[in-house]
Write a new protein. Structure first.
Length: 144
């Protein structure tokens, strides 16, 4: 019985720690000249849903997504939007159909996101935590 309880506790602890690691599986980046250094998850969600379209300095925000099947995008969507990929797809289909807005530009790789962010002051994107992040600013994500 003792072994059984220990096994259950170990499995529970493993799931808890893997959830913590998963929350760290991406980094949100902006151009090095952007004055914004941190955002709350809700503000990030609004930016990527294009509900907020300008930075505090009045520069147009250019959000970038990774491909829909990317594990990093799925984690970003779960963590920041707290929605499913299906919900996000439906949201954008409705926005496109109503003529309101197009979804964020989709980039193929972390490197593509980094290059775009480096060369466009209003850009914001997310990349794998393993990406080489020279010449961009990593945003701090404030707790809720």
């Amino acid at each position: 019985m003792f072994r059984f309880i220990c096994c259950i506790l170990f499995l529970f602890a493993s799931q808890f720690s893997s959830g913590d690691q998963a929350s760290q599986s991406f980094r949100v980046i902006v151009n090095a000249h952007n004055s914004v250094k941190s955002l709350k998850p809700a503000a990030l969600s609004e930016i990527f849903l294009k509900k907020v379209v300008v930075w505090p300095d009045e520069m147009i925000i250019q959000p970038l997504d990774l491909p829909a099947d990317s594990a990093v995008r799925i984690q970003f969507t779960d963590t920041i939007h707290q929605r499913s990929m299906a919900w996000i797809k439906n949201y954008w289909q409705q926005r496109i159909f109503s003529g309101k807005e197009l979804p964020p530009r989709e980039m193929k790789t972390d490197e593509d996101v980094i290059k775009f962010v480096m060369t466009h002051q209003g850009a914001i994107g997310y990349v794998s935590d393993k990406a080489d992040l020279k010449d961009v600013t990593i945003l701090s994500i404030d707790p809720k």
